[in-house]
Design a protein around this ligand. Structure first.
Ligand code: P6P
Length: 339
């Protein structure tokens, strides 16, 4: 069966988007293409991780106190490499690096964007062949062009994101990114080695019947979260149910499924982790930006994720994200954390 060659590739799409803005310099389009290149390289290794000696741990421990798996390091290096040698990024911050990295070559120092990423989210699933993902977030730098980027450039509220996206390495490899103009998804066509537009103008369904949460922590959740979960389990035809529980343990995969089908993903505060587990800057913020542009909602149980002002690169936040109707139902249940 011939594949339709009239679909836009990621490169063609970003250039078309750039032409829609007369003053656009092409830097953002270039940055997104750089990330697409890194994603293709990561995809090759993820797809054969079981065959080469790239599984297992490097023996290092990252800033989160988690064992760094070789694939995390490889993914981090690919993203850093394309962005450092590109023309669009002044510096990066990564889950795998304790501190931000300011690129000190002349071209990078004159770039107007900075990028944060979780190079391989869900990496604990690598060894068991479950979908994993890359998450990225792009901001305009606050410091002047021509100077080294500083940590302050990275501590901006998520509302200021210029673009955000994720890549899922699963049954197919899909790159989804959002700007304020919309959310679009691109599926990697291995026969030509290009991401091709497969999900134009993605919208998050207002309602859904899928809820994603780690039930193992039920006894540690706040009362409002427990009430919501119990309510989901009691749904039937009369009140819009039954609901289905789906939890992959890879946020990118859970959020992507809910974005496509409708649903809610929750990683609440627990008694053991009162600030939640997920990182604000390079997990919660990019996913919140994407889902909000697509018509959904994302909060920490108190406020919009995108309004939170970060105090540090690796701070954590509770996360409730998904279909607006389900999020509004959740917010009626009472206390969602322990403040
Ligand atoms: P738990 C993966 O490690 C991750 O950061 C997210 O991708 C995922 O949703 C979550 O943690 C799973 O955490 O505590 O339920 O195993």
């Amino acid at each position: 069966m011939m594949v339709n060659r009239n679909v836009l590739t990621l490169d063609e799409f970003t250039l078309r988007e750039m032409k829609a803005f007369p003053r656009a310099t092409g830097e953002l389009a270039g940055l997104l293409r750089d990330i697409g290149l890194a994603a293709k390289r990561i995809n090759v290794e993820v797809n054969k991780a079981g065959l080469v000696d790239i599984l297992g741990n490097t023996g290092d421990i990252n800033v989160q106190g988690e064992e760094v798996k070789k694939m995390d390091q490889y993914a981090n290096d690919q993203l850093m490499g394309v962005l450092q040698h590109g023309i669009s990024c002044a510096g990066i911050a990564s889950e795998e690096l304790d501190e931000m990295v300011a690129f000190d070559n002349r071209v990078s120092m004159n770039s107007k964007y900075i990028c944060m990423f979780d190079p391989l989210d869900g990496s604990s699933n690598i060894d068991v062949n479950v979908s994993i993902g890359t998450i990225f977030s792009v901001y305009r730098r606050l410091t002047p062009a021509g100077t080294l980027a500083l940590t302050a450039d990275f501590l901006q509220p998520g509302l200021r994101q210029v673009a955000a996206g994720y890549v899922i390495y699963g049954s197919s490899t899909i790159l989804v990114y959002a700007t304020k103009r919309g959310v679009n998804g691109f599926t990697l066509d291995p026969s030509i080695g290009e991401f091709c537009l497969s999900h134009p103008g993605m919208r998050c369904p207002e309602t859904g019947t899928i809820y994603s949460i780690n039930h193992g922590n039920f006894s540690q959740y706040a009362e409002g979260v427990q009430k919501y979960i119990t309510g989901c389990q009691q749904k039937d035809e009369t009140n819009g149910g039954p609901y289905t529980q789906r939890y992959i343990g890879s946020m990118v995969a859970d959020v992507h499924r809910n974005l496509v089908k409708g649903g809610i993903f929750m990683y609440p505060a627990t008694l053991q982790k009162p600030k939640g587990k997920l990182r604000l800057l390079y997990e919660c913020n990019p996913m919140a930006f994407i889902v909000e542009v697509a018509g959904g909602m994302a909060t920490d149980g108190h406020q919009r994720i995108l309004e939170k002002v970060p105090a540090s690169l690796h701070e954590r936040s509770p996360l409730f994200i998904g279909s607006s109707g389900m999020m509004e139902e959740l917010e009626k249940q009472g206390r969602l954390d322990f403040r």
